[in-house]
Ligand binder design. Structure first.
Ligand code: UD1
Ligand code: CA
Length: 465
């Protein structure tokens, strides 16, 4: 079954009161539009067409960043320059792409929680010719704002009435809602989309009007009720964004708990949809996993940890740590209060302790950076110990320079390593040294002025004051 997905994301999103496109707002660190695109891709849709318009450049760059380099996920963009309504958005997409056959699933871009399995099953309703269209419906606790399903005497869908076009009786009595997900036979959609008018409360071309139009043309239209109404909720406001974020968080955390992950408090951990966590890992409160994070087994994450696009192996402790595009192999110990920036690679058994910042550096097996240090552009061997307060001075104001430290070397506390510099294996630097010259293997580098003792000084000073 070759399914085309059209995702409508051109709307102004006025109710968000935002300077940004509505679909650019993130749930658990992932832009809303990407939730919908991924659901369509995971459902097996062969062609994914997004309709963009309001803040088109912003949305296009989000899509480029997420899918631009993925050979398995080609996402097309069609621009709807005038936003005349959802039927108009679909018409623009059909005209630009020439789609006029096969099952076509149309999705609101503000429908982030729709499940791929639902889309897959739903698309099948129009495959085989029995129905020209199917509407995904749901019965949320509060139907306000949604288009309502009006049934005919035979119990099949007669039309969809938008909230703003509802009589008070319809608003109070029609509780089944249009989720903003439609399946069409492509030929019927292309043949009739031009017939949608705009004689309604909002003066817009409503896609839901296709129900009446197709039925008048003698076609069958069916509804497909989604048992879990949460999948069908839309985001029109910040309050709904927060509600859906909480639903997404619970859904993910419940799945992870079922897979053998412990949460101290699942309401206080925000794990994105593209993260994986291994068994027997414990997630402490205030933990965020953003983007493509993978965490192994038997780790302790948090409290207060935020990982973005970071890989963590097994048995790691990641306590109060911020890590971005970092890789932690197995048995790594981080924090509390470590900041691991892009390109940090912590090898097995290494440590980044308290108030430690590491950038674009490899910390060798079993090497330790325990306290108050900055390590940048550094390649460190195995079994190295970096004394408290040591810093690689990697920036000369113009260029970033490299530091190399061999195996088993002991860097004394408060050592300034002025890069570019090479410190050999089994070397030692004395505390407080500013190392500007290379240190050979096995050598001691000491750089400090001799200590002076002034006997009886305190007594003389007190007498003066
Ligand atoms: C829409 C449905 C409503 C349904 C609800 C589900 C219509 C007329 N109404 O209402 O029946 O219950 O979704 O959440 O469709 N868009 C465009 N171009 C436009 C207008 C909108 O691309 O010209 C996009 C928006 O970016 C959005 C989607 O279409 O992603 C839906 O538009 P929105 O204004 O949010 O419609 P609702 O009022 O929520
Ligand atoms: Ca909406």
């Amino acid at each position: 079954m070759d399914v085309t997905a059209i995702i409508m994301a051109a709307g102004e999103g006025t109710r968000m009161k935002s300077k940004h496109a509505k679909v650019s707002h993130a749930l658990l660190g992932k832009p809303m539009i990407c939730w919908v695109v991924d659901a369509a891709l995971d459902a097996g849709c062969d062609r994914v067409i997004t309709v963009i318009g309001s803040h088109a450049d912003e949305v296009r760059s989000i899509l480029d960043a997420a899918y631009g380099e993925r050979a398995d996920a080609h996402v097309e963009c069609v621009e709807q320059t005038e936003r005349l309504g959802t039927a108009h958005a679909v018409r623009v997409a059909l005209e630009a792409t020439g789609v006029a056959a096969g099952p076509v699933v149309v999705l609101n871009g503000d429908l982030p929680l729709i499940e791929p399995a639902t889309i897959r099953t739903f698309a099948q309703t129009v495959d085989g010719g029995a129905h020209a269209a199917a509407i995904l419906t749901m019965t949320p606790p509060d139907p306000f704002g949604y288009g309502r399903i009006e049934l005919d005497e035979a119990g099949s869908v007669a039309r969809i009435v938008e909230q703003k076009d509802c009589t008070p009786e319809q608003a109070a009595g029609l509780l089944e809602c249009n989720a903003g997900c439609y399946a069409f036979d492509g030929a019927q959609l292309a043949a009739h989309i031009g017939e949608v008018g705009c004689d309604n409360a909002q003066g817009e071309y409503y896609l839901p009007d296709m129900v009446e139009i197709l039925k008048a043309a003698g076609q069958s239209v069916t509804i497909f009720h989604c048992d879990d109404y949460r999948e069908g909720l839309g985001v029109n406001s910040r309050a709904q964004l927060a509600q859906l974020t909480a639903i997404a968080r619970d859904r993910i955390n419940e799945r992870l708990m079922a897979e053998g992950i412990t949460f101290i408090d699942p309401a206080q951990a925000w794990i994105g949809p593209d993260a994986t966590v291994g068994r027997d890992t414990v997630v402490w409160p205030q933990t965020h996993l953003i983007g493509h994070c993978t965490v192994g087994e038997d780790c302790q994450l948090g409290p207060n940890t935020r990982l973005t696009d970071t890989r963590v192996g097994d048995r790691c402790i990641v306590d109060e740590t911020v890590a971005v595009e970092a890789v932690l192999e197995n048995d790594v110990d981080c924090g509390p209060r470590a900041y691991l920036r892009p390109g940090t690679h912590m090898l097995d058994g290494s440590k980044a302790g308290t108030h430690v910042e590491i950038k674009k550096s490899t910390i060798g097996r079993g090497s330790k950076v325990p306290h108050l240090s900055y390590i940048g552009d550094t390649t460190m061997g195995e079994g190295v110990n970096i004394g408290a307060g040591s810093i690689t001075c990697n920036y000369d104001g113009k260029n970033k320079n490299a530091t190399v430290i061999g195996d088993r070397t002991f860097i004394g506390s408060d050592t300034m390593m002025v890069a570019p510099v090479h410190i050999g294996s089994d070397a030692i630097t004395g505390a407080g040294g500013t190392i500007t010259k290379d240190v050979p293997d096995g050598a001691l580098a000491i750089e400090r002025t001799e200590q002076r003792i002034v006997e009886g000084y305190t007594e003389r000073r007190r007498a003066r004051l």
